[in-house]
Design a protein around this ligand. Structure first.
Ligand SMILES: [Fe+2]
Ligand SMILES: [Fe+2]
Length: 215
């Protein structure tokens, strides 16, 4: 295949892959924190509603509104144009993007209900959070284990240049450099990084869902 080795190590591909993996880790960290905040059994008090709301705002505002659409429009489209090897999986992932948007909408609704109804609405909110987190862990795992390695093998330099430009266009508000300069996301990042275990942090290679630790 033309230029496979040089393409894999090109600056554009490295930057694009680093951005995509970094965005996955931000979402992973928020999902972990969101689940823990809702499900912690030793909490005798209500979870911090402002923090819950900030996490849902982040998921709606960045992964759902920016990350997934850019995968559809640039990464998946480029892979499809170079190979049919993953057509079925790419179709599944695109459908999951649409399903995720519906799920976060339901989750937002359940959070609003919890604000008003209190603890009676907590089980429903908890089950939606757990379902959304499991759904997204599996979704990101398929992207990281199948699609990104395939993209590294089949995409050309021009593809990576376009993908990198698209993903660089709007920065993840939870990337450390951006979050440090913005009040709500800086606070959220601090809270998450204080609590979340490795490998969820922001530097690991693998994406692995940690065991819950409510101790
Ligand atoms: Fe995705
Ligand atoms: Fe993704």
């Amino acid at each position: 295949m033309k230029g496979a080795h040089t393409i894999e190590s090109s600056p554009a591909s490295r930057r694009a892959l680093a951005i995509i993996r970094g965005e996955h880790r931000s979402l992973a960290a928020v999902l972990w924190s969101l689940e823990r905040l809702i499900e912690r059994p030793d909490s005798g008090t209500r979870p911090d509603l402002e923090l819950l709301s900030m996490m849902v705002d982040y998921i709606e505002g960045f992964p759902e509104r920016c990350h997934h659409p850019k995968e559809d429009e640039y990464l998946f489209k480029a892979v499809r144009a170079r190979t049919h090897a993953a057509d079925e999986l790419l179709e599944t992932l695109a459908l999951e993007h649409a399903r995720g948007a519906r799920m976060i909408h339901e989750l937002r609704h359940a959070l609003a209900l919890y604000r008003v109804a209190g603890e009676t609405a907590r089980p429903q909110l908890g089950s939606l959070v757990a379902a959304y987190a499991t759904f997204h862990w599996e979704h990101m795992r398929k992207e990281e284990e199948v699609i990104l390695p395939l993209a590294q093998r089949v995409l050309e330099e021009e593809d990576w240049t376009t993908i990198e430009a698209a993903f660089s266009g709007n920065a993840d508000p939870l990337s450390p450099a951006v979050a440090a300069a913005t009040e709500p996301y800086g606070k959220l990042l601090d809270l998450i990084t204080q609590q979340a275990p490795d490998p969820i942090g922001f530097g690991g290679e693998g994406l692995e869902r940690p065991s819950p630790d409510y101790a």
